[in-house]
Design a protein around this ligand. Structure first.
Ligand SMILES: [Zn+2]
Length: 293
C-alpha cells in the first residue's frame, strides 16, 4: 500500500492510499479507532476537606459531581506525541503489580489541580492542571480554555489526576481519531458535451476546459466537481436534461482516508503508528499460519 498526504491542516488530514482494497483500508481505519494507543486521564483522587479562613468556610464541593468532573478530565487531550510511555500492563516497572497499584514515571503523567472559588464565580480550566514532572506534558495552549467546573466563594476543588496510555477499544477517551472515513478516489468523466452545457450555463466553478481528453483526474478538482454536480442531480430541475452527461468513475485500488486527531497527537503520527501496529499484527498472523500449516 502506498500513501500520500494530500491535505494536512491543524488536526485534520486526508491521505491518498494506492494499490490497496476496501477491506485493507477499513482494517487501517479500525486500527486507528481501536488499537492505536494514546494518553488520557484515567484515575483521579479528590481531596475532601473543610477549612475556615477569615470567617469563610471552604468546603471541597462544587456544582458538578466528582464523577462528571472525572469524565470531563478524561476528555481533555493529553500530549501523547512522541511520548515514550509504556502501557501500564506492559510497563517493565509495574506490570507485575495488581492493577490498582500500577503507575510509575515511565507509564503515567500526574497532574495536580487546586482552585478556590470567587464571589463572581471562578471557572476551573484545563490550564489549572499543573503537571508534576516534565513541563512538555502540560495541557497544550489551544486546549487550556476547556472548562472543567465553576466555583463560588466557599467552594474549592483539589485533586490529583493520573493519565495513562490505553486503547480506544477499552474507552473512547483513548481514541486518537474522530470523524474517520474513507471513500474511493474518483475521476470525472465527460460523456455528453451537449447535455453538459446545462452545467456550464449555471456558471459554477468547474468549466468545460477543466476536462482533459474528457476526464478530470486531479483530486481537488474532482471534489469541486462533486459539489457542482449537486446542482444538476436527478432531484433538481436540470436532472432530466443533464442525465449522465458527466459521471464519476472509481479509480481501482485508490482510496482517500480522512480523519481528525483529537489533538493529543499529530494526525500523521496516528497514521504511522496505526500502520506499524497493523503490519506487526499481520506478521504475527502469517507467522502463526506458518507454524500451523
Ligand atoms: Zn509503570
Amino acid at each position: 500500500m502506498d500513501s500520500e498526504i494530500i491535505e494536512e491542516e491543524n488536526h485534520s488530514i486526508r491521505i491518498l492510499l494506492k494499490g490497496t482494497d476496501r477491506a485493507s483500508v477499513n482494517a487501517l481505519r479500525r486500527t486507528m479507532i481501536a488499537d492505536t494507543p494514546k494518553m488520557a486521564i484515567h484515575r483521579i483522587r479528590f481531596t475532601q476537606s473543610t477549612t475556615e479562613e477569615d470567617g469563610v468556610i471552604w468546603e471541597s464541593v462544587g456544582p458538578i459531581s466528582d464523577e462528571i468532573v472525572s469524565h470531563r478530565l478524561a476528555m481533555i487531550p493529553i500530549p501523547s506525541e512522541g511520548a515514550e510511555f509504556h502501557l501500564p500492563e506492559e510497563c517493565p516497572e509495574c506490570a507485575d503489580l495488581v492493577e490498582s497499584q500500577r503507575g510509575c514515571p515511565t507509564c503515567e503523567i500526574i497532574y495536580r489541580c487546586t482552585v478556590k472559588g470567587e464571589p463572581e464565580g471562578r471557572a476551573v480550566k484545563a490550564r489549572d492542571l499543573e503537571v508534576l514532572g516534565d513541563l512538555k506534558f502540560s495541557i497544550p495552549e489551544e486546549f487550556q480554555d476547556i472548562t472543567i467546573t465553576k466555583l463560588y466563594t466557599g467552594q474549592l476543588i483539589d485533586f490529583i489526576a493520573r493519565a495513562k496510555k490505553g486503547h480506544g477499544r477499552d474507552h473512547v477517551k483513548w481514541q486518537p481519531v474522530a470523524g474517520i472515513t474513507f471513500y474511493a478516489r474518483q475521476h470525472g468523466v465527460l460523456n455528453d458535451k451537449k447535455a453538459a452545457k446545462v452545467l456550464w450555463k449555471l456558471g459554477l466553478t468547474i468549466k468545460e476546459k477543466d476536462f482533459k481528453n474528457g476526464r478530470i483526474e486531479d483530486i481537488a478538482t474532482v471534489e469541486q466537481l462533486k459539489k457542482d454536480l449537486l446542482h444538476v442531480g436527478p432531484s433538481t430541475d436540470h436532472g432530466r436534461e443533464f442525465a449522465d452527461a458527466i459521471t464519476l468513475e472509481d479509480v481501482p485500488g485508490e482510496y482517500i482516508l480522512q480523519y481528525e486527531s483529537d489533538g493529543s497527537m499529530l494526525p500523521k503520527t496516528i497514521f504511522e503508528d496505526a500502520t506499524a501496529i497493523l503490519s506487526s499484527r499481520l506478521d504475527n498472523i502469517s507467522a502463526d499460519l506458518d507454524i500451523v500449516l
